[in-house]
Design a protein around this ligand. Structure first.
Ligand code: NAD
Length: 308
């Protein structure tokens, strides 16, 4: 019998799919590292989200039985992928499940910044009614610059096109097929994208190359009064530089779901009136969580040749 150890809270649907196929699924949430090391031996699969740290020690403790680690979600920051490779343990994740949820939040942040929706809401709730203060700007007819036309970037571009925006993108890979299908225009440099866009949205993974890819120089290339949206990873943007640009009014605003440190230790940036922020909830929808758990379960079934 295949034994699966579940260490983080995962939607029941995927777990039930595994149980239905005769897998033994043990849910043991919040194990401290040394407890996890003691427990993992004898399990074939370790199923986690982002909370449990799957370190080399954990992987070594599972040696002999552990064949597969599945991270329900996107990043693999909490899994020592190199150690797993050395130990012959396969690592999978489920990035496909959250695409629409992150894309919709991205569009939501764009609208929230362009129309100051959170601040307007606070005003009305406080008994205020200052219409003049809330002169917003229209997105229709404006130019959106997408950095990284991958899964999420494509979905954001599709929705933005449907809203009547012109969409430009910059990607290190050839995305001409997707661009033709969506109706967006490739640019050969990040600099050009920054200088031509009214709204810039970031959808690249965090790598050595993308860390701080939006710094002081890049922000200074953006149109005065442009909007920056980041739902990728906080460290892609130099937050100190962004704080200065927003404070000086050189950018109209920013929508941020992700931060270099989460939760952010300093609240200077998030408290600016022209910043709308959310606590890394891009993937936090009922549908995305259910889909991620089902996808993880299917990946496990496929690994053991049990997909019919
Ligand atoms: P993806 O791999 O499908 O797409 C990333 C794209 O970025 C690719 O097309 C790639 O070629 C491009 N890219 C990589 N380096 C680049 C560079 N230096 N310059 C320009 N383009 C570059 O990834 P995805 O599924 O679309 O996800 C994008 C990111 O969104 C993830 O890596 C993750 O960090 C983030 N994310 C956030 C949440 C959230 O809750 N806010 C949820 C899911 C994903």
């Amino acid at each position: 019998m295949v034994r699966v150890l579940v260490c983080d809270r995962i939607d029941e649907e995927g777990l039930n799919l595994l149980r239905g196929k005769g897998f033994q699924v043990d849910v043991k949430l919040g194990l401290p590292p040394e407890e996890l090391e003691k427990t993992v031996g004898g399990y074939d699969v370790l199923l986690v989200r982002g909370k449990t740290k799957v370190t080399r020690r954990v992987l070594e403790a599972g040696k002999g039985s552990l064949k597969l680690v599945v991270r329900v979600g996107v990043g693999l920051d909490n899994v020592d992928v190199e150690a797993a490779r050395q130990l012959g343990i396969q690592v999978e994740n489920t990035p496909e499940a959250t695409v629409s949820s992150v894309a919709e939040l991205t569009i939501g942040l764009m609208l929230a910044v362009a129309r100051s929706i959170p601040e307007a809401d606070r005003t009305v709730k406080a008994g205020g009614w200052s219409k003049e203060k809330f002169m917003g700007s229209l997105l229709k007819g404006k130019t959106l610059g997408v950095i990284g036309l991958g899964r999420i970037g494509c979905e954001v571009a599709r929705i933005a096109r449907a809203m009547g925006m012109r969409v430009l993108f910059y990607d290190v890979l050839d995305r001409s097929r997707e661009a033709r299908e969506i109706g967006c225009e490739p640019l050969e440099s990040l600099e050009k994208l920054l200088s031509e866009s009214d709204v810039v949205t970031i959808h690249v993974p965090l790598t050595a190359e993308t860390r701080r890819m939006i710094g002081r120089r890049e922000l200074s290339l953006m149109k005065p009064g442009a909007i920056l949206i980041n739902t990728s990873r906080g460290a892609v943007v130099d937050e100190q530089a962004l704080l200065e640009f927003l404070r000086e009014g050189r950018l109209a605003g920013a929508g941020l779901d992700v931060f270099e440190e989460e939760p952010p230790r300093s609240l200077e940036l998030v408290k600016l009136p022209n910043v709308v922020c959310t606590p890394h909830i891009g993937a936090q929808t009922v549908e995305a969580q259910r889909e991620a758990s089902l996808l993880a379960a299917r990946k496990i079934l496929r690994f053991f040749g049990r997909m019919d």
